[in-house]
Design a protein around this ligand. Structure first.
Ligand SMILES: *[C@@H]1O[C@H](CO)[C@@H](O)[C@H](O)[C@H]1NC(C)=O
Length: 345
């Protein structure tokens, strides 16, 4: 009559200016590990516009989380998100109480210096942060040049690209190494060296002016695959339209992140043509998108006009392949025979 233990509880506050990748990767990976992650708005509304115009509907307001206790509190970075978190007295109180009780706490990018260290909570610890901000560490913090630093109960990381390692380190602290391996394998995390990429069908990219990009979303898409694309493309100044294929603009991603689309897909269709249509994976989101006539029509027109389109994860098989939108012409030398599943070796 073993009763399953209640899930580990994680608090992840977000605020205006939070870095989308640094928030969504820990949310996703910690939920994959089985944690109960509360995404809490440190502002006064559940709807939070974080960096690059990404809109997230939080699960709770931070002020309503003050009485609860957590196994882990994680602070994402971002400019000015990290400083915004650092300036919130409510959050400082919650984190301080948690740390004093010996709780595991973590921050990435600008958040170790601008939030945790500014509250004195990294004093006596080794820590890392984004290189632009590490000089903000007070003298009592020992800055370490590493992607992720685990020192006692404090876990710190450097930035968007190392969010995956940072999140895996958090899983290891909460659940152990075996769980990390379980999660890393299907995610194709490159934790063994020697990965190489080769363009199978080389594409010439043409675009005059600001590239217009359509990124459709639906319930069950992989939040990281959507949010990393939006973040990276908007960093490159692309005009990215996040369009919902559901009945409303709020979609709930595979690991529960509630993403608020900019428009409904039919409104987006009026803005065609796009320089790029890119479809995130994740189930059942990819299946919904593959069954969305409007999106399929847009993709077919895109293909006919020889304009780029793409897909990641399950969207390759559920959106492109069934509609004849996938033409594989080459194979990686020395890989297994199906190029779709070819990875390495
Ligand atoms: C997760 O945490 C929330 C908020 O603390 C709580 O209301 C909910 O019941 C928890 N869910 C599970 C499955 O434990």
């Amino acid at each position: 009559m073993a009763t399953s233990p209640s899930p580990k509880k994680v608090l992840l506050p977000i605020v205006a200016g939070t870095e989308p990748i640094e928030a969504s990767i820990p949310i996703d990976i910690l939920r994959r590990a089985g944690a109960n992650v509360t995404v809490a708005s440190a502002g006064d509304a559940l709807l939070v516009e974080i960096m690059y115009g990404v809109k997230i509907l939080a699960d709770e307001l931070l002020v309503d989380c003050a009485a609860a206790s957590y196994d882990l509190i994680v602070l994402p970075g971002g400019v000015p998100g990290a400083a915004n978190l650092g300036g919130r007295a409510t959050l400082e109180g919650i984190v301080r109480k948690h740390v004093e009780k010996g709780g595991l706490f973590a921050a990435i990018c600008a958040a170790p210096p601008l939030a945790l260290a500014s509250w004195g909570l990294l004093d006596g610890h080794k820590a890392t942060g984004h290189p632009w901000f590490v000089e903000k560490f007070p003298p009592k913090v020992t800055a370490v040049d590493a992607n992720v630093v685990v020192d006692g109960n404090a876990v710190t990381g450097t930035g968007p690209a190392t969010s995956m390692e940072f999140a895996m380190a958090l899983v290891e602290q909460l659940y152990g190494k075996e769980k990390v391996e379980q999660i890393a394998k299907p995610m194709l995390v490159r934790y063994e060296g020697g990965y190489s990429m080769k363009e199978l069908n080389s594409v010439e990219w043409h675009c005059s002016g600001t590239p217009k990009v359509l990124l459709p979303v639906a319930n069950g898409i992989e939040e990281m695959e959507a949010i990393i694309l939006v973040d990276a493309l908007r960093r490159a100044n692309a005009d990215v339209v996040v369009a919902s294929a559901e009945d409303g603009v709020v979609v709930t991603a595979r690991y529960g992140t509630r993403i608020v689309a900019d428009v409904m897909l039919d409104e987006a269709a009026d803005r065609a043509p796009f320089d790029l249509i890119i479809v995130p994976g994740g189930m059942p989101g990819a299946k919904t998108l593959g069954g969305c006539e409007q999106l399929v029509a847009l993709l077919k027109k895109q293909a006919e006009a020889n304009r780029p389109y793409g897909a990641i994860g399950a969207a390759t098989a559920h959106v492109l392949e069934p509609h004849g939108l996938l033409k594989v012409r080459a194979e990686l030398p020395g890989t297994c025979s199906n190029p779709l599943t070819a990875r390495r070796r």
